[in-house]
Every structure is written in C-alpha cells, then in structure tokens.
Design a protein around this ligand. Sequence first.
Ligand SMILES: Cc1cc2nc3c(=O)[nH]c(=O)nc-3n(C[C@H](O)[C@H](O)[C@H](O)COP(=O)(O)OP(=O)(O)OC[C@H]3O[C@@H](n4cnc5c(N)ncnc54)[C@H](O)[C@@H]3O)c2cc1C
Length: 403
Amino acid sequence: MQTASSQLPVIVAGGGIGGLAAALALVRQGFHVVVLEQAPEIGEIGAGIQLGPNAFHAFDALGIGDKARARAVYTDYMVMHDAIDEYRVGLIPTDEKFRQRFGNPYAVIHRADVHRSLLEGAQETGRVEFHTHTRVERIEQDEHSVTVWDQNGKAFKGTALIGADGVKSVVREQFVGDPARVTGHVVYRAVVEKKDFPVDLQWNAAAIWVGPHCHLVHYPLRGGEQYNVVVTFHSRQQEEWGVTEGSKEEVQSYFQGICPKARQLIDLPKSWKRWATADREPIGQWTYGRVTLLGDAAHPTTQYMAQGACMAMEDAVTLGEALRTHQNDWPKALDMYQRARVARTARIVLSSREMGRIYHAKGVERLVRNDLWRGRNAERFYDAMEWLYGWNVGNCLQAAQHA
Ligand SMILES: Cc1cc2nc3c(=O)[nH]c(=O)nc-3n(C[C@H](O)[C@H](O)[C@H](O)COP(=O)(O)OP(=O)(O)OC[C@H]3O[C@@H](n4cnc5c(N)ncnc54)[C@H](O)[C@@H]3O)c2cc1C
C-alpha cells in the first residue's frame, strides 16, 4: 500500500465544478491537492443548473450534501409543453414520492452556489492549494510523477494529474487531440429577478417549451427570488465553439410561430450570454499513465440531458473510490476509474444528442414526440430514469467489472 501523505500532491488542472469535486474526493483519500486555474479567480458564471438525485448522492459522498441541499430549490415537477400550441407533452412529479424513490431530490440551483459549496468544502479541509492565473500548457510524466508547466514556464510536480480543464481541455489536446463537433445550436442564458418574471410562468418546476428547431427553459433559483431563462435555437450562420455576449436583436429574430406565453421569455432579459455549443465523439481512453481526464474534458456533451455537471461530480466520487479500492496505486486506480465511467458518460453524450432531436422536432416528428409519453404515469417515468438517478457511491464501480 502507498500512503497518500508520503506522496507528492495530486495536480488538478481546472477549478470548475469537476476540478473542485475531484479535489475533495482526493483529499478524502488522504492526498494533498494543488488546483491550477487559468482564471484570475476561482468562480462560476451567473446561470442556473438542474441537478438530479445522482448529483446529490455525489455531494453526500464528498461530505457537502447538507451545504448543497441548503442552497437548492426543490421543484414539484418537470414539465414539457409544445411551444406552438401549449399542448402538455409530459409531466414528471419530483415531489416527496420522487425523493423517496431516488433517495435525494431533483433540484435547481445557481451554478455559483454549487461551486461555492464545493469550494467551501475544499477550503475547510486545509489540504487544497489554489493557484489562479495559472494556465496549464505542457505536461510530461515518468513512472512515478507528472510535471506540468504553466504559461510562464513555472513547473508543478505531482504524483498524478487530473485534467478537469473543461470543454477545450489542454490535457485532452495533448493526449487525445480529437476535433470538437460543433452543433450549430446556440444557447442564450440569463437570470431574471422575480419582479420582472411573468406571473403566469412562476411555476415551482423545471419547465421546457419545445418547438421546431428551438426550445425554451425556465425554472426558479434562490428561493424563487430569481428565474433562470435558457433559450436554444439552430443558428442560421456558421458557428464556432465559444461563449460571447448575446444580442437581444439576434435572439428576437428566432422563435417565429411560438405561442405568446412561451415567446414572452425572450423579451425579459436585459443582457444575455451566448453559447455556441459543441460536443465530442465519446472515446474509450481517458487515462494515459498517471494522467486522466474528468468532467467536460473527458466527455463534453450538449446540454439536453442537463447532466454535464452531475457527471463531473460522479467522475470525482468514482475516482476516489477507485483509489480507495486499489489503496492509492495510481495506475490501477486510474484504469478502474476509466472502465467504470466511459460507457455511462458516453450514454449521456449520445442520449443528449437524441434528446436535442426530440426537443426540436417539426412536422410529423413533432407529432411522434407529442405522442411519446401520452398517459404515462409517474412510476413508469421513474423506472425509465433508474439507470441515471439510481447511481450512488455504493454502486459507482460496478460497471468496471464488465468493461
Ligand atoms: C447551456 C448549458 C446548460 C447546462 N445545464 C446543465 C444542467 O442543467 N445540469 C448539469 O449537470 N450540467 C449542465 N451543463 C453542463 C455543465 O455546465 C458542465 O458539464 C460542467 O460545468 C463541467 O464542469 P467542468 O469542471 O468539467 O468544466 P468547466 O466548468 O468548464 O471548468 C473547467 C475549468 O478549467 C479552467 N481551465 C480551462 N483550461 C485550463 C487550463 N489550460 N489550465 C488551467 N485551467 C483551465 C477553466 O477556466 C474552468 O474554470 C450545462 C452546460 C451548458 C453549456
């Protein structure tokens, strides 16, 4: 057995949700962790996020379940309406019955609050060192250690490197070098104060309006004092992967033919952020010696399953469990981690593409979509979600036995 305290620290590239969750999981295995973050501060963008029970199982395993639950809004249901005629396509209760079935809630929360819970948890351990303004640029490794260089040529040496550096991962670029798949789907996001949000849409729900080549999402944040608004459309122009300031005129030029109740959402925000989205083809290898990938660096996905951050936190917990199983033997643990995670996260990437097609259906496909869940009761929905929300620290390594 190798004791964690006798080893070099573990280096984590990226201080986002995945990187911080990884830091917490590693500290719980006894490691000292160094987080390298390119941004001037460790923080998150101002937008909401949906979290399934699997995310809360991960928070619990990382020791910050109570912090995260205290900052979330528990919705009563998820609902999908056809954005043309307001037809209710499906409704899934996420009330007490749902919580009992999956052992944790479905919730909506400000991304900054998820990030804060993880950051506080990491800081409280006293074993995570943060370096901001530090962009990982180059990596070398030998049998026993990894060395990482930043943009100023400064070197950081660790026992292993976790590449949690997001969708445009430098770590992935060095070891995999695969191209992104730009979708041409553009997402606009904004947070609106309750006083400015239409009363007829102030539902305690994760709500989606699905239309031809577009959809609109809204849900409450911070005790219902704010609402998250997200709208997506197929762009007319050639897109490049990235985030920019949005333009009110652009977003208003889409969503023709959408019912007034849904369309009012696009007139609300004073300012928008604009994401031109992409994913990558799922790959079977994330681990290269003492280096592995985690979160969006490992399995960037479109957002239609609302699971990217949930998966990043699952990755972190699974990495910690693999290290515990192999008594901190890095090559064995990283191999097990990869085997446990590849198929599950690829399923999210592929299902998310399919979900995007279902959301944005038109013509006869739209009729098929509106018929898909007609008359389906809560139990049948819950059974269909078991593979996703039934994940927990106790079963997170099971898939490694079959891979
Ligand atoms: C529109 C939209 C809606 C979404 N909705 C949901 C949802 O409802 N539920 C959900 O679970 N997920 C959702 N997601 C996905 C979720 O946001 C991501 O999957 C999640 O943030 C991934 O976390 P991460 O830590 O892997 O990557 P990131 O959050 O991208 O963090 C990466 C960090 O690494 C830093 N970094 C990058 N390169 C370097 C480098 N070379 N050196 C050092 N630091 C570096 C970055 O600055 C950043 O801080 C959504 C995504 C989008 C785009």
